[in-house]
Design a protein around this ligand. Structure first.
Ligand code: SAH
Length: 553
């Protein structure tokens, strides 16, 4: 299965059964109709749109409702996909499991798994599968059918009464109820080798071949194709690319793995390698006796993704950040932000720390990622704005550890508090602006004063982060004094507190009215320029904006 299934329910009566199915697929998320269901991972407003979006994205769908609703909802998109995801309907009380679509995507296997888990029978209707107890066209993990079209004809022949022999080793076929006859004309070949296609044969490749890349090169893929050809091995028999950890950050190697759609694993101890089949210029082909379980061979390249959650509300988080969270094995961050990053799964390790231990957290993240884990460091807003991205880069810059340098490090942006607050108010950042943290924990107060003076003199709109705290009670007052020397009391100010979070507040006032007591550490302060203006909005309150054009001086 490519991705975790989505379990869709229409009402809370289906929730117990949905949770039982989720116990079988812990990565699955439950989607509930908003207003009818609460306490699930995802809420939706429109059943049909949600189902079609999941189908288009190739997400396996388990819908706890009548098959008719599912069929009608998906009818308009059915022709769009060559390889469709499994789609199952399950009676909301768990008494019936009906595989509907995705015969080649494993729907029958999923239906059997779900049915066994719910202790009922799956309503399997695929004739080949009913007769033989297995779908020859969809072999289990580790085996790949050489040619689907040819396979369809072959299975029809068997259904028509032809007998079959099996050549090669496939334990799963031994359990099937095939019409085996050792003198049969039809034959199933289980082999990592290529062979001329023949309508009387079904060729299934076990993924027994690994490629040991000794040296990366831009021609790696064509070299590999050449090597497979001279060795008479099928590309579909490939299980993975292997290399030494020193090649972990090599872009040619990654490009080749992506092009071949093969996992890439790194081996510290070469005695772990499968037996040598043939040696070629830059690579070796290795041939194991049985399909290779890639997850047990060496280790993957570790990944460290620094993400921003946005201001708070889930819909303002970028989808790439959500995906990184869903794929993470370890999460690091200030506890409040880790709690905001949900839904998380129980097996995802949360390393909650105090907000001030940023460098320690960054180093810990690299240690975990260097061991091959998928790690996410969480900030609020944008990770590059007074947050973890700079700390993570600082840790890497300081480090001489080669394993840290090889980690797949990425920074994903988020909606920063200034942008979120500005959007709520209208467009106060519509012209030139600057972002200033008023915290003097990491820089001298004199520097802040100088920046405020210059920014005020330049008539820049200013957004203040970390405006005040118990340990820094007077700084905001001093900052306002500096600004008041250059800006009139009528200058507009926007205060956004807990924007995008429960209890959010937004206030517009003037510089003359602003006092430190109106601000706390959860507030973002925007000081307008001489041009920032406001007007009433229909719902009450007002819009604030800074015009795009500036008067000619
Ligand atoms: N990386 C964050 C900023 C971290 S500094 C970002 O890009 O938004 C922390 C400061 O950001 C707080 O003191 C407050 O001034 C501001 N802030 C963060 N989230 C906020 C929110 N939801 N509403 C208002 N201000 C917020």
């Amino acid at each position: 299965m490519t991705s975790a299934p989505a379990i869709i329910i229409l009402g809370s009566s289906a929730l117990p059964c949905a949770r039982r199915i989720q116990a079988l697929y812990p990565q699955a998320q439950i989607y509930g109709l908003s207003g009818r269901v609460a306490g699930v991972e995802q809420l939706y407003d429109n059943f049909g749109n949600t189902l079609r979006a999941l189908y288009r994205a190739g997400t396996p769908i388990i819908a706890l409702c009548a098959v008719g609703i599912v069929i009608r909802s998906l009818a308009s998109v059915l022709g769009e996909k060559d390889c469709e995801p499994p789609v199952l309907a399950v009676a909301e009380d768990g008494s019936a499991v009906v595989p509907l679509l995705g015969g080649l995507g494993g729907v029958n296997r999923m239906a059997r798994e779900v049915a066994a888990h719910l202790e009922v029978n799956a309503a399997i209707t695929t004739s080949g599968e009913l007769r033989f107890g297995t779908c020859l066209l969809e072999p289990p993990a580790g085996y790949v059918l050489a040619d689907l079209e040819q396979g369809k004809g072959f299975v029809s022949d068997l259904l028509g009464g032809q007998t079959v022999r099996i050549e090669g080793d496939a334990p799963w076929l031994a359990q099937a109820k095939l019409p085996v006859d050792n003198s049969a004309a039809r034959v199933i070949h289980i082999s990592p080798h290529t062979r001329a296609t023949n309508p009387d044969e079904l060729l299934i490749h076990p993924q027994q071949v690994a490629v040991w890349v000794e040296q990366a090169s831009p021609a790696l893929v064509s070299e590999l194709q050449q090597a497979l050809q001279t060795s008479n091995l099928a590309a579909q028999s490939l299980a993975c690319l292997l290399a030494v950890p020193a090649l972990m950050a090599n872009t040619e190697l990654h490009a080749a793995a992506a092009q071949l759609k093969l996992p890439l694993r790194f081996i510290d101890d070469v005695s772990q390698l499968p037996p040598l089949h043939s040696q070629h210029a830059n690579l070796r082909l290795l041939l194991a006796a049985t399909p290779i379980d890639t997850s047990q061979l060496g280790r993957p390249r570790g990944r460290l993704t620094v993400i921003g959650l946005g201001p708070g509300a889930a819909e303002f988080m970028v989808p790439a950040a959500r995906q990184a969270l869903d794929e993470a094995q370890d999460l690091l961050g200030y506890e409040t932000y880790i709690n905001m990053a949900g839904p998380l799964r129980p097996e995802q390790v949360r390393h909650c720390t105090d907000n001030r231990e940023e460098m320690q957290r960054a180093r810990h993240a690299f240690e975990l990622a260097a061991s091959g884990r998928r790690v996410v460091v969480v900030s609020s807003g944008d990770p590059g704005v007074f947050a973890m991205a700079a700390a993570v880069l600082e840790a890497l810059h300081e480090s001489t550890d080669a394993e840290w340098q090889r980690v797949d490090l990425q920074v994903f942006p988020g909606v920063s508090a200034a942008l979120a607050t500005a959007a709520k108010a209208g467009a106060p950042l519509g012209h030139d602006f600057c972002l200033i943290s008023l915290s003097d924990n990491l820089k001298p107060w004199a520097i802040i004063e100088k920046r405020l003076e210059h920014a005020a003199a330049a008539d820049l709109v200013m957004a203040f982060y970390n405006p005040i705290s118990k340990a820094r009670p007077w700084q905001l007052g001093s900052a306002l004094e500096i600004i008041r020397q250059q800006r009139t009391p009528e200058t507009l100010v926007v205060l956004g507190r807990d924007i995008g979070r429960p209890g959010e507040t937004l206030h517009t006032l003037t510089l003359g009215e602003l006092t430190s007591e109106m601000v706390d550490m959860r507030t973002l302060v925007i000081i307008g320029s001489s041009q920032t203006c406001r007007f009433p909005r229909a719902e009450g309150g007002e819009w604030v904006y800074t015009p795009r054009s500036y008067p000619q001086i």
